[in-house]
Design a protein around this ligand. Structure first.
Ligand code: BES
Ligand code: ZN
Length: 457
């Protein structure tokens, strides 16, 4: 069976192209940086703006407060009780734009160059969320109805760990009850190659603080006789991996459930190139856990990464100082069935064991989320395959993912519906980095794929 993008919807997208892009740019101009309290008013404004966009698309919209940034809910339930209900999830918050000087054009002044929309949040996730809103609008404007009941849930805290969303989902379980969850907050395997996600990694995020002397000291007068917290921190984090790139924290791999042979074979058959990745990231060489291919290291295996380090004198020139403290941000990406709380305890115990005498070490929880693996069977995935084929003229591939979307596990636990992750980003899109972009073509085809999917459910 093959499908095509319905002509009436395709025409709508074509004739409204300029208006839709204009609206998306308004959305992208709002610096809804969830991590920064100085942007709280902007984040609130983005929520209000989005509720307005939901309303304009024909959804009943509501901004619902949480313990943090609000949830924006849009609903249309006119298809009738015998038709499926779909929950679409996305996020309107974005990562900080720093370092600002590395952007070719300003992060919150969306600009099109070479068929790409450059702006913070263009692909992660405002562009991908907005294409869903426009797919709904197309149905409601052109036909006056949707073939499914729909709930759109947009959160403003995804980039800071979705701390309040799990409670929100559990508290509104009845209202959110659905037959399928659809999320576009990920990337395609390659340009022109639509992709369905089979897994996400989870996350345990911690901060390590190492404290020594009660203030910075002269490194000549005291050095050699006082333990240096920066050196102590370096020694601690150097124990996280062995010489083969394996994580050396006792118990870390105990609950890793490996891919089944079929998934392994499928992933091995994907046309992945280490050389392309090397070009994309610009490192001198790739590396990781011995015995695994790069894609396996990214998708199948857990990690332990240092995300930030702070200690001592880092400004111009030299200063002979023995710092009083050192800090590291550490996060582990997790795979099924690793539990973020268990990994946090293992890491904490390990740090306490290896910490040298002469410093105090504190481990603080920042956030966590569970890994996820899909069961890619059933009518939802068949329909998604057809819809992606209709828009992209190519059969989707199944891919893994190294990133995390914490709420996915909450959806699994609270709603029990199958979850479809079909993203429209691309490799090299610079998510979380300067010059983030989304392909204009993928935005256009993404709208068409999603609008087609609703017809096929
Ligand atoms: N959209 C990403 C997650 C993602 C990235 C999925 C690439 C698929 C492909 C999401 O916005 C994100 O960055 N999530 C954070 C979650 C964290 C802050 C808990 C992440 O993965 O670091
Ligand atoms: Zn995202």
């Amino acid at each position: 069976m093959t499908a095509t993008v319905p002509a009436d919807l395709d025409t709508f997208f074509g004739s409204n192209r300029a208006r839709i892009e204009h609206e998306l740019f308004d959305f992208l101009r709002i610096p809804s940086v969830s991590a920064r309290s100085e942007h709280n008013a902007d984040t609130a404004r983005a929520a209000q703006w989005l509720a307005g966009a939901f309303g304009a698309a024909g959804l009943k919209a509501e901004v619902i407060p949480t313990g943090g940034h609000p949830v924006v809910l849009g609903e249309w339930r006119g298809a009738g009780a015998d038709r499926p209900t779909v929950l679409v999830y996305g996020h309107y918050d974005v990562q900080p734009a720093e370092p600002l000087g590395l952007w070719t054009t300003p992060a919150f002044e969306p600009t099109v160059r070479d068929g790409r929309i450059y702006a913070r949040g263009s692909v992660d996730d405002k562009g991908q969320l907005y294409l869903h809103v426009k797919a709904i609008e197309a149905h409601l404007r052109v036909r006056g109805r949707l073939p499914i009941n729909i709930i759109v849930l947009a959160e403003g805290e995804e980039e800071v760990g979705s701390d309040n969303l799990g409670d929100f989902v559990r508290a509104h379980r009845d209202r959110l009850r659905c037959d399928a969850v659809v999320i576009s907050d990920s990337s395609m395997f390659a340009p022109g190659q639509p992709s369905i996600l089979s897994s996400l990694r989870g996350l345990t995020y911690l901060q390590l603080d190492v404290e020594g002397p009660s203030s910075d000291l002269h490194s000549g007068i005291y050095g050699g006789g006082v333990i240096n917290p920066a050196t102590a921190l370096a020694r601690i984090i150097a124990t996280f991996h062995d010489a083969n790139g394996r994580i050396a924290i006792p118990g870390f791999y105990d609950s890793v459930r490996d891919w089944d042979p079929a998934t392994r074979a499928h992933m091995r058959a994907l046309p992945f190139s280490d050389a392309n990745l090397l070009k994309e990231v610009g490192s001198p060489a790739l590396g990781g856990e011995a015995g695994y291919t790069t894609l396996e290291r990214l998708w199948r295996r857990p990690t332990c990464e240092i995300n930030g380090l702070l200690s001592g004198y880092t400004a111009e020139g030299a200063k002979t100082v023995l710092p009083s403290r050192a800090m590291a941000k550490v996060s582990c990406r997790l795979v099924p069935d690793q539990d973020p709380a268990v990994i946090e305890k293992l890491l904490q115990a390990h740090v306490e064991r290896v910490a040298p005498a002469g410093v105090r070490v504190r481990v603080t929880h920042l956030h966590g989320g569970r890994p996820w693996r899909a069961d890619l069977k059933g009518p939802l995935f068949d329909a998604a395959t057809l819809a992606l084929e209709a828009a992209f003229h190519r059969t989707p591939v199944i891919v893994g993912e190294g990133g995390s979307i914490p709420v996915v596990d909450d959806f699994v636990q609270a709603l029990g519906a199958p979850i479809l992750l079909m993203g429209f980003g691309l490799p090299g899109e610079n998510a979380h980095a300067p010059d983030e972009w989304m392909s204009v073509e993928n935005f256009e085809l993404g709208m068409r794929a999603v609008a087609t999917l609703w017809d096929l459910m």
